[in-house]
Design a binder for this molecule. Structure first.
Ligand SMILES: *Cc1c(COP(=O)(O)O)cnc(C)c1O
Length: 403
């Protein structure tokens, strides 16, 4: 191939008025301190990372148990990739569904104490697929206002009427249930652990209301599965629900499992409905079998090695004690997601930058990811962190927030 063939094309679109509007709105985003950029990580994803050529101690990963780099997880991935190839080649309903996918679904059903499980390629796809497939024209979806974007998008995709309730406001949820009593099916949808606040949904209260109003419940346990409960079974274990009153659960593998993908656990009728109708299941290529095999190993490890959850909890408690002594504005979170509220976007950026100068990475979260006026640092812990790492973070925060 000649060298000129690799040059980018002349930017013809730049002439269109539409393109000018896009440029203006990008500029507005920059001016508002909301512009976001990707950076390049080099080498291993762990608590110590190299980003854009600089080394950092990182508090940005959702690899809560440190399983992404576990030798057994890696080995399972490599073995199956070399035996079967990388891509799965087709959707699950054609020939993409391997024995590794099947085993993982069966193991997860046992782990979750539910009748059946269906795998999805990502959590985002699971959420849009489930809400759309389970609800239709005469139905109603009732969501917590702080639910993950993928749940809200699932609601938009569905033809059902959409209602919201204020974050964790059970009285308002109760009112919504009265207001929608004429609907066909109703589905209450909530994060189990809220991804930007780190707090828990009051699952026993939600399930009691749902039972009283004969309503289905979907819980997105992306940040709870593997982490909450003594065996890591997530929100249902944390709240000690009876299996007979379990909600439909979405779990993801990109966080505590340290791999990629997601699953839905529910009764057989729900799972079979999803297999037939969830468009983001039917019309997409199955995740690589090597990922399913690696995820099975993660599942075994996260059950067997409860020390990872205990260590994580100890780090969280160490951080909260230290941050309280520094007078930092923490939120009501006992989980690995620890937000520190900032006055505005600009302060969040400035504190984030100061931490970077001290060699520490945290999430700088601004609207629209969180509601206007609630910019924050989002600090996440992993069982791979050491107590000294938390000390370093605390003294860097003290320094950064002093200005
Ligand atoms: C991360 C996340 C998702 C999306 O999962 P992916 O597998 O990363 O697409 C869905 N819901 C919540 C609450 C999450 O935090």
């Amino acid at each position: 191939m000649s060298k000129t063939a690799l040059l980018p094309p002349e930017p013809q679109v730049a002439q269109l008025p539409w393109h000018k509007q896009l440029q203006q709105s990008l500029q507005q985003r920059r001016d508002a301190g909301l512009y976001r950029q990707t950076r390049q990580r080099q080498g291993e994803q762990s608590v110590e990372v190299v980003v854009d050529g600089q080394s950092f101690l990182s508090f940005t990963s959702n690899d809560y148990l440190g399983l992404a780099s576990h030798p057994d997880v890696r080995a399972a991935f490599i073995k199956v990739a070399s035996e079967e190839g990388v891509g799965s080649g087709a959707a699950h309903l054609l020939t993409g569904h391997s024995v590794h996918h099947q085993h993982l679904e069966e193991q997860l059903a046992v782990f979750c104490q539910q009748e059946a499980v269906l795998l999805f390629s990502t959590g985002y796809m699971a959420n849009i697929g489930v809400i759309d497939a389970l609800t239709g024209r005469n139905d109603v979806v009732i969501q917590d206002k702080l639910n993950h974007a993928s749940l809200l998008d699932g609601g938009r995709l569905s033809e059902a009427r959409q209602w919201r309730y204020a974050h964790n406001d059970m009285q308002q949820l109760h009112r919504r249930l009265h207001q929608t009593s004429d609907a066909g099916q109703r589905l209450i949808v909530s994060d189990g652990v809220f991804s930007m606040d780190g707090d828990l949904a009051p699952l026993p209260e939600i399930m009691a209301l749902a039972q009283q109003h004969r309503t289905a419940v979907l819980i997105d346990d992306a940040h709870a599965i593997g982490v909450l409960g003594s065996q890591g079974r997530g929100s249902v274990e944390h709240w000690q629900l009876e299996p007979a009153s379990y909600p439909i659960v979405v779990g993801t593998f990109g966080k505590a499992f340290g791999t990629a993908g997601a699953f839905v656990a529910a009764d057989e009728v729900v799972i079979e409905t999803l297999r037939q109708h969830a468009r983001s299941y039917v019309y997409t290529t199955a995740q690589p079998a090597a990922i399913a095999a690696a995820t099975s190993v993660s599942l075994r490890l996260l059950q067997a090695e409860s020390w990872r959850r205990e260590k994580l909890q100890a780090l969280i408690e160490q951080f909260r004690r230290g941050a309280e002594q520094l007078g930092l504005p923490l939120m009501d979170s006992q989980t690995a997601i620890q937000p520190v509220l900032m006055d505005n976007e600009h302060q969040a950026l400035a504190v984030g930058q100061s931490l970077e100068q001290q060699g520490i990475l945290v999430g700088v979260i601004r609207p629209p990811t969180v509601p206007a006026g609630s910019a924050r640092l989002r600090i996440t812990f992993s069982a791979l962190h050491q107590s000294e790492h938390v000390d370093r973070l605390l003294s860097a925060l003290e320094q950064a927030c002093a200005h």
